[in-house]
Design a binder for this molecule. Structure first.
Ligand code: OGA
Ligand code: NI
Length: 317
């Protein structure tokens, strides 16, 4: 492991590149031909008729026991087959979701000096960042981000969260609290669906209130050559599971499916849930942690909020 305390070369903000008006992207962002996205035919799930399952969470608490069971079964199938699903009627206020995305859009519109106050370092990644990895000369993705820790409370440091826009810290706290509640409900369902006690996974994650939760706000600026690069290279999420609030206007997330990439068609006000590596392991690989990536486009920027619901840092999985 490389334990550099700082970046090996000056950090370039992708937003800055995008706004500078360049018509071709620097080589560092150009992916090798086999890794580039294909825009020729439609890859949108709904057009291919293979969209990921959409779960109405209200049905899990219905008086109709059959409907409850059917919905739980849909989640099992989604976790096994896709590693991904969308949830509606999830209990998080739609207004809060929209306001949270909006406040982050405003953050990225702030002057560079203001954002620079939160510039991150590879030791913790906390703050405003533009790259992952400290290897000199590595290929870069077309995106900036803000990474912050929410749980456990011991590592939460609100001074590292943006103080501007004014409502940002408050919204982060309110949004994260609601999302963690949703995560708790999903944990029970994931446990029961494995035939385990409702609290099994919660305990495996470190016990009530001890799990780890962090957020990565992804900002993908407009790109003059979207066919040459990616907003986020293929990866699986390393932790428990992810609760993603995608951009309401622009799609971009692609999920590995039968050797190809399916572009997710987000439902309004839905969250996209995906299984991470550690939950795959805890489930004895019944649930799949599936590779995904993000494509960018030349017409619109894209913003997403990824909340990672993870086991406590020192849990043995
Ligand atoms: C992530 C991620 C997807 C997106 O942050 O791990 O996969 O749509 N984000 O931004
Ligand atoms: Ni991811």
């Amino acid at each position: 492991m490389n334990c550099l305390q700082s970046w090996p070369e000056p950090v370039v903000r992708v937003q800055h590149l995008s706004e500078s008006g360049i018509t071709s992207i620097p080589d560092r962002y150009v992916k090798k031909p086999s890794d580039r996205p294909v825009f020729l035919e439609s890859s949108i799930g709904s057009e291919l008729n293979i969209n990921m399952p959409v779960i109405n969470m209200a049905n899990l608490y219905s008086d109709d026991v059959l409907l409850q069971q059917k919905t739980a079964d849909l989640i099992v199938d989604a976790c096994r087959e896709w590693g991904f699903f969308q949830v509606v009627n999830h209990g998080v206020s739609h207004g809060l979701m929209a306001r949270s995305r909006e406040v982050w859009r405003e953050f990225f519109k702030l002057p560079p000096e203001e954002k620079q106050k939160y510039a991150n370092e590879p030791r913790t990644y906390e703050g405003y960042g533009s790259r992952l990895g400290v290897e000199k000369g590595i290929s870069l993705d077309w995106g900036d981000y803000f990474f912050l820790n929410y749980l456990p409370i011991g590592i939460r440091d609100q001074n590292k969260w943006p103080s501007l826009p004014f409502s940002c810290r408050e919204l982060i706290a309110e949004y994260s609290e609601e999302v963690v509640k949703l995560g708790g409900k999903l944990m029970k369902i994931f446990s029961s669906n494995l035939g385990l006690r409702e609290y099994y996974l919660e305990e495996a994650f470190g016990g009530e209130g001890n799990m780890s939760g962090c957020m990565r706000v992804n900002y993908y600026p407009k790109c003059p050559q979207p066919d040459l690069t990616l907003g986020l290279s293929p990866h699986s999420d390393p932790g428990g599971f992810t609760i993603l609030s995608p951009d309401e206007n622009v799609s971009g997330l692609q999920v590995r499916r039968d050797g190809g990439w399916v572009t997710v068609d987000p439902m309004p006000n839905a969250f996209i849930i995906n299984i991470g590596d550690q939950l795959q392991i805890l489930s004895n690989s019944k649930y799949k942690s599936v590779e995904h990536r993000v494509i960018v486009n030349s017409a619109k920027e894209r913003l997403s909020l990824a909340f990672f619901y993870n086991p406590r840092g020192d849990m043995l999985i």
